[in-house]
Design a binder for this molecule. Structure first.
Ligand code: G3H
Length: 478
């Protein structure tokens, strides 16, 4: 198919020998927007082989040179923000302004990673033997950081560019090579982003981007003996990857059910504004979205009214018009969301708006009086549907938050900073925001979670750890 985007291997854009393509459906029009190559297992073998040999030379390339190339890629990416944002609009229906922000933020993250990498990688540890009982000062130990090798990066559809570069940047500065498998929705945005690295002049084979069907190359990639580390962001697929992958480091971020705990003394206008931003931006398709509001009964009526008034002002429509609420990514996602809504309806939740759906476009919906027997109390809709659970004590809120399988982020609203800190400490989540909606950014903040979202806790801090092994060598003085 002459119209299909080519994949990237050995520094060149190539057509797959499979002769097959994968279609990318525009969530708004529900028509095929783009096609990408359906790569074969042989083509995956080839990129792995190239990645292995390119990495050896790359690891010896001076650190300042690696950083220079990353800065160059960042600048090129930011120069090309308009066409890449256009792809995000068409592939994942991200609102126009947010699409541009994603690209710019990604360029900034690449530059930041390059700068941090130069500092962190320049550090080593020096240990002496007599600090351990029973030893004289007869041995010294020097540690330095070494790359892992070939890193397989698998970003999700909702931030295909940003969550790809948050894997690519740290991997490359640390001296690793990189094989990227983009999500189907978002693949073309990723290919454009990779082109920026191509234009920056990275060595051939160091970065590859293979597209295709998960059923054909998914397991083959994640179980490939040439892979030394997998960095994955997405859904339950991460759990199956972690079971199938070999003895390699895994970095996983698999979703969230971020709770928003609202106390009686909270500034309800501030809470309502943050619920709208946290719960409904990009139509709730963020791992860090507020996915359940736990509000004290005494202020629940007032809060629900304020949120309802703001929901009524949200603009619903196509991403090209920069609407607040845009179509969700696929029809199956819309069907899943609808299933949660119907379950809540059967079990007696209060609908603050009428449920409305046209194709993949779902109107924002606040569900009040949600109870723990409803699926929406626990499951992640990844859509513009927000449940409100009324609580009679702070402990009840903390209990609900901690009973979840997810522990990514959460937030607490109160004017009492002492209570805020105690509640934050009690919430079993990677991050708690006080009087603010959950969010990953700024992108240099540590982003980590607990429970189902984080399979391997050894790899908590992506940027600071920079996807490295520690290499320790010891010697005896004299
Ligand atoms: O979906 C997960 C993203 O990392 C969330 O990023 O909180 O900055 O929107 P964000």
């Amino acid at each position: 198919d002459g119209d299909a985007y080519k994949y990237y291997s050995d520094g060149e854009w190539r057509k797959s020998s499979s002769g097959k393509t994968v279609s990318i459906v525009n969530p708004t029009t529900r028509k095929t927007q783009y096609k990408v190559q359906a790569c074969t297992q042989e083509e995956v073998n080839k990129v792995m082989e190239l990645a292995k040999s390119a990495q050896k030379t790359w690891a010896k390339t001076p650190l300042w040179k690696r950083a220079e190339l990353l800065h160059e890629a960042a600048a090129i990416l930011k120069e090309h923000k308009a066409p890449i944002a256009e792809c995000l609009i068409k592939e994942i229906a991200k609102p126009a302004k947010d699409s541009v922000t994603e690209v710019v933020r990604s360029g900034d993250l690449i530059s930041y990673t390059a700068e941090e990498g130069v500092r962190i990688l320049g550090e080593g540890k020096f240990l002496v033997s007599d600090s351990f009982p029973g030893n004289e000062r007869t041995k010294y130990c020097l540690t330095s950081k070494i790359p892992l090798g070939v890193v397989l990066a698998i970003p999700p559809f909702n931030y295909p560019v940003n969550l790809a570069v948050s894997k690519i940047g740290p991997a490359l500065i640390a001296g690793n090579s990189l094989v990227l498998k983009p999500p189907t929705q978002g693949a073309v945005s990723c290919l454009h982003m990779v082109h920026c690295f191509h234009l920056a002049g990275f060595p051939k084979g160091l970065i590859s981007c293979v597209t295709g069907k998960g059923s054909e190359i998914g397991d083959f990639l994640t179980m490939h003996p040439g892979v030394n580390c997998i960095s994955f962001t997405g859904g339950d697929t991460g759990i199956s990857i972690s079971k199938k992958a070999g003895m390699i480091p895994l970095q996983m971020e698999l979703g969230g059910k971020d709770a928003c705990i609202v106390l009686e003394d909270a500034d309800l206008d501030l809470v309502a504004a943050n619920i709208i931003k946290g719960g409904f931006s990009y139509s709730g398709q963020r791992c860090t979205a507020i996915k359940v509001v736990l509000v004290m009964e005494s202020v629940a009526d007032a809060l629900v009214e304020k949120v309802k008034a703001r929901v009524a002002k949200l603009r619903v429509g196509p991403p090209e018009d920069d609407c607040d609420i845009t179509p969700v990514v696929t029809e199956s996602s819309a069907n899943f969301i609808e299933g949660l809504v119907m379950d809540a309806k059967e079990k007696g939740a209060t609908f603050c708006q009428q449920y409305k759906r046209e194709g993949n476009l779902i109107w924002p919906l606040l569900l009040d009086n949600v109870r723990p027997d409803m699926r929406i109390a626990w499951e992640e809709p990844f859509g513009p549907i927000l449940p409100v659970i009324r609580i009679n004590s702070v402990e009840e809120g903390i209990h609900h938050c901690n009973a979840s399988n997810f522990g990514l982020q959460g937030c607490v609203f109160t004017k009492d900073i002492n209570k805020a800190v105690l509640i934050s400490d009690a919430m079993e989540t990677g991050t708690v925001q006080i009087n603010s909606a959950p969010a990953r950014g700024p992108d240099h903040f540590p982003f980590q979670g607990l429970k189902d979202i984080q399979v391997n806790k050894k790899f908590l801090k992506m940027i600071t750890n920079l996807l490295l092994n520690y290499f320790i060598f010891c010697f005896r003085p004299g």
